[in-house]
Ligand binder design. Structure first.
Ligand SMILES: [Zn+2]
Length: 177
């Protein structure tokens, strides 16, 4: 056992500590000290300060953790958005809107009705007339499907925005600490 002399960083008192001891409490001011063995000199560091920097590090980790959560949430949302998309005329995927679905459906249905009328008045064979009926049915189905996807997307988007805002609020709170 080797005794070494150190100076208390709290009150400046000389303390004698065992060289193998890592932490010590000052006999005079009761400060909690960390004994630091540098190559040239052994000195003490106030534990309170040490704890503070550890706390700050934990806060930084918390911020990083939250930022990762946020990034993951955004990625997942990008993937989930696929489910709300509809395939357009040229094969590209896009998010439907309620108005767009209604207008598109209406145009298609009107086209189908005109087709039925024209085919009927020209005395076209039954399959031609039937095509118009199927077309109108498909137009209505697409419009309803698009509108319901648009609604589902809107509420899912609102939820995602709320969750984002919550995490951002937590990040800001962790940064302020
Ligand atoms: Zn002291």
């Amino acid at each position: 056992m080797k005794i070494t002399k150190v100076c208390c960083q709290g009150c400046g008192a000389d303390l004698q500590v065992d060289e193998t001891v890592r932490y010590v409490t000052c006999n005079y001011c009761h400060a909690r000290l960390e004994v630091v063995h540098d190559p040239s000199v052994t000195h003490t560091r106030l534990m309170e300060k040490l704890e503070k920097s550890t706390e700050r590090m934990a806060d930084n980790l918390r911020v990083i953790e939250l930022q990762n959560d946020l990034a993951r949430m955004d990625r997942e949302w990008e993937q989930r958005r696929e489910n709300f998309m509809v395939t357009g005329k040229h094969g590209h995927r896009s998010l439907p809107t309620t108005a767009g679905s209604a207008v598109g459906g209406l145009f298609a249905a009107v086209f189908g009705v005109i087709w039925i009328g024209a085919a009927g008045s020209m005395g076209a064979p039954a399959p031609f007339v039937l095509f118009g009926v199927v077309f109108v049915g498909f137009a209505i189905f697409s419009a309803v499907n698009g509108a319901s996807k648009a609604n589902a997307h809107q509420s899912a988007d609102a939820l995602h925005q709320r969750q984002r805002a919550e995490i951002i609020r937590k990040i800001e709170a962790a940064r302020r600490e």
